[in-house]
Ligand binder design. Structure first.
Ligand SMILES: Cc1cc2nc3c(=O)[nH]c(=O)nc-3n(C[C@H](O)[C@H](O)[C@H](O)COP(=O)(O)OP(=O)(O)OC[C@H]3O[C@@H](n4cnc5c(N)ncnc54)[C@H](O)[C@@H]3O)c2cc1C
Length: 131
């Protein structure tokens, strides 16, 4: 029996846009189980972020709920941090739950800005927002 399970790692802009595409064109969706994994429950939609900084909208108004979005496209959502991927065994290792297997994998887990000491306080006070 062939095992088919597409796993999307990261609930950020790339994978949420992919889900949106599938929502609008379901015929493009693979015909087997799909799971999306994200450490965060929500995505701050970057296009709305300037409006947050300008105090035109609240931070909450810029958020996309990944679980709800996934549910609307019938994709399973796992909120958990990926610790490792065993590419030889097609396994995803988590911080706090048992590993899962995949047949196909899409990795879009962004990047993190290293904040230098002189700007740390600005970030802590939410005056500056690194990405
Ligand atoms: C204000 C702003 C404006 C921008 N405008 C543009 C633009 O106009 N054009 C452009 O091309 N780019 C723009 N960018 C950059 C763009 O947002 C990023 O390049 C893009 O978000 C990267 O997409 P991504 O899906 O890989 O990661 P992200 O959107 O950063 O999402 C990362 C996801 O991966 C998850 N994740 C990370 N590590 C793990 C882990 N170990 N386990 C589980 N989950 C994990 C996170 O929880 C998150 O859900 C902008 C960014 C900002 C902040």
């Amino acid at each position: 029996m062939t095992f088919n399970h597409l796993v999307l790692v990261g609930g950020g802009h790339s994978n949420v846009l992919l889900m949106r595409k599938w929502l609008m064109q379901p015929n493009l969706m693979p015909n087997h189980p799909i799971t999306i994994i994200s450490r965060d429950s929500h995505l701050v939609y970057s296009a709305k972020f300037p409006s947050v900084i300008a105090n035109l909208i609240s931070l909450e108004e810029s958020l996309i709920d990944i679980a709800s979005f996934a549910k609307s496209v019938k994709i399973a959502f796992i909120q958990e941090e990926v610790k490792n991927i065993e590419f030889k065994h097609n396994k995803i290792i988590f911080k706090n739950r048992p590993a899962i297997s995949y047949s196909d994998l899409v990795i879009n887990c962004g990047s993190r800005t290293k904040v230098s000491k002189e700007f740390e306080e600005l970030v802590q006070k939410k005056i500056a927002f690194p990405h």
